[in-house]
Design a binder for this molecule. Sequence first.
Ligand code: FES
Length: 102
Amino acid sequence: MKTVSPFLELEDTPRVEVMFCDEALSLPQGGNLAAALLAAGVGVFRHTPVSGAPRGPFCMMGACFDCLVEIDGVVRQACMIEVTEGLQIKMPHQTEAKDETA
Ligand code: FES
């Protein structure tokens, strides 16, 4: 799932730990969550509920909804969220997608 990221951080900011799909990630505190996940090598944020096609951030300004993630049980746009300590992030509809393949 992870690839080498083409994104580089411009400054040395404090890092905090978050969980993405049961994987611990160290992200820059206060950074844009979508950008930070991309920089950490996460390219797929969710799968579409109908076809299961992978989706990741596209517009980075709250318009496309391709960056949807589930944070603490609430589905939100990752490009509109700041990185804070202890975020529990999952792919939305993760349970439903597993049920469809069973
Ligand atoms: S990347 Fe388009 S809404 Fe977040």
